[in-house]
Design a binder for this molecule. Structure first.
Ligand code: GDP
Ligand code: IMO
Ligand code: MG
Length: 423
């Protein structure tokens, strides 16, 4: 068997949580491969709304095994709050949630360092989620991290050494902080975590594949936030791209099957950094209002703009996307005209590839298509799609060279339309 991978193609918040939940019945196992509680994956069904941060989005569908892979960074305090809320709402997970021993722990001092580094950057700050993501991955790569498996071996000493090192850095930055409460809650999180299955997830995932079980790998953030290929330095600190599923779960590259690439019918970004198609006018405000574009974790207003096909084509290439999924189509239901960026103008010259730097001087070149002006939120099948909407889909497919297999027309699980396939 091969694993399928589902990941975001833009700047995050494409709707990954919703689609993982929708696809889970087709799989035996769902596994997160990178990121941490910087993610906020929203699911809606039966009138309830849930936001997941570290727990995979397959947790609501029956008794499927959900795995937090080695590529994830885990904050025990936030994890405890998230898991307890799920259990309280009638979704037991202790038996079904497996956590890699190799996943790195986000320490309380990582969160403080995140804030301190952002403060030191001043106007150049990244606008991180403040969850300690960058400092935790930094410690991982510099071989100073503390892992989930360490909770069971010599933990006090490993934690103490990391904390002392962080405190020295904070002192050198003259950063004032109070660790007491954060550390108390975090230690409670460590105790709580001990009830869960700590696993060698690379063995587990490969054994599932050997036994003919199907695995869906869930990405967090989006390709434009990837540490290597995103809009650096305004990115997160992990590999959000498909290759991240290999390193974040221990899956060999030749074990990758379908790659589901998710995008919104328009585009959003939260935090600082370049965004060529960003709108600062009424149209952008309308997208924000109709799409409820406020961060699921931080509540920050998301910046909105037209779809960027130059960036999307790049994402499709880097990830080897085999199937596309378009989200939030309904948000554009009332627009007279839909624009799509098909090229960038840089120094007066038109280019159709994603350049090294998009920080400055990148002007989007737009194609315009007629809007469909139809409420799509109650549609059940692609037979009901308006002509103009089908024309938009065809246009995107031609530009991106990959078929759009699923269209989402609302936040609910039920508002999801699979398109006919000829295979
Ligand atoms: P994720 O991080 O990729 O899982 O996405 P988020 O949950 O952060 O953001 C997506 C938001 O859009 C959530 O509030 C979803 O409930 C909502 N959503 C998902 N699909 C649709 C859709 O097709 N239409 C509308 N209107 N909202 C959607
Ligand atoms: P999901 O999984 C949108 C952004 C932050 C910031 C940058 C770095 O819900 O799509 P970090 O805290 O990771 O160091 O922040 O990345 N960011 C996200 N934006 N969705 C996310 O996750 C994000 N996770 C991080 O806003 O610009
Ligand atoms: Mg999100």
């Amino acid at each position: 068997m091969k694993v399928d991978v589902l990941l975001g193609l833009q700047w995050g918040d494409e709707g990954k949580g919703k689609v993982v939940d929708v696809l889970t019945p087709k799989y035996d196992v769902v596994a997160r491969f990178q990121g941490g509680p910087n993610a906020g994956h929203t699911l809606e069904f039966e009138g309830q709304k849930y936001v997941l941060r570290s727990i995979p989005s397959g947790i609501f569908q029956g008794d499927k095994v959900n795995i937090i892979g080695n590529g994830v960074v885990l904050d025990p305090a936030l994890f405890k709050a998230e898991a307890e809320a799920l259990e309280a709402s009638g979704h037991p997970l202790k038996e079904r949630l497996h956590i890699s021993k190799k996943a790195h722990l986000i320490l309380p001092t990582h969160r403080i360092l995140d804030a301190a580094y952002e403060a030191a950057k001043g106007d150049a700050k990244v606008g991180t989620t403040g969850k300690g993501i960058g400092p935790t991955y930094t410690d991982k790569v510099s071989r100073n991290g503390v892992r989930v498996g360490d909770i069971l071996h010599n933990f006090e000493q490993k934690y103490g050494a990391a904390k002392a090192r962080h405190e020295q850095i904070l002192k050198s930055l003259n950063y004032e902080y109070d660790l007491t409460e954060l550390e108390k809650v975090w230690m409670e999180g460590i105790e709580y975590l001990k009830q869960f299955h700590f696993v060698d997830s690379e063995h587990e995932v490969n054994n599932y594949l050997k036994d003919g079980k199907s695995v869906l790998c869930e990405g967090a953030q989006g390709t434009m936030l990837d540490i290597d290929f995103g809009s650096y330095p305004f990115v997160t600190s992990s590999n959000t791209v498909c290759a991240g599923a290999c390193t974040g779960l221990g899956v060999a590259p030749n074990r990758i099957g379908e790659v589901f690439g998710i995008f919104k019918a328009y585009c959003t970004r939260v935090g600082a950094g370049p965004f060529p198609t960003e709108l600062f006018d009424e149209t952008g405000d309308k997208m924000c209002t109709l799409g409820h574009e406020f961060g699921s974790v931080t509540g920050r207003k998301r910046r909105c703009g037209w779809i960027d096909l130059v960036a999307l084509k790049y994402s499709v290439m880097i990830n080897g996307v085999t199937k596309l999924i378009m989200m939030k189509s309904d948000v554009l239901d009332t627009f007279d005209t839909i624009k799509a960026c098909v090229a960038y103008k840089v120094d007066g010259e038109e280019i159709d590839y994603f350049p090294y730097d998009i920080t400055e001087g990148v002007e989007p070149v737009y194609a315009e298509l007629p809007g469909w002006k139809t409420d799509m939120t109650k549609m059940q099948s692609e037979d009901e799609f308006p002509e103009e909407f089908n024309a938009y889909l065809t246009f995107l497919e031609e530009q991106l060279g990959v078929e759009i297999k699923i269209v989402s027309v609302g936040p609910d699980r039920a508002q999801t339309i699979e398109r006919y396939t000829e295979e």
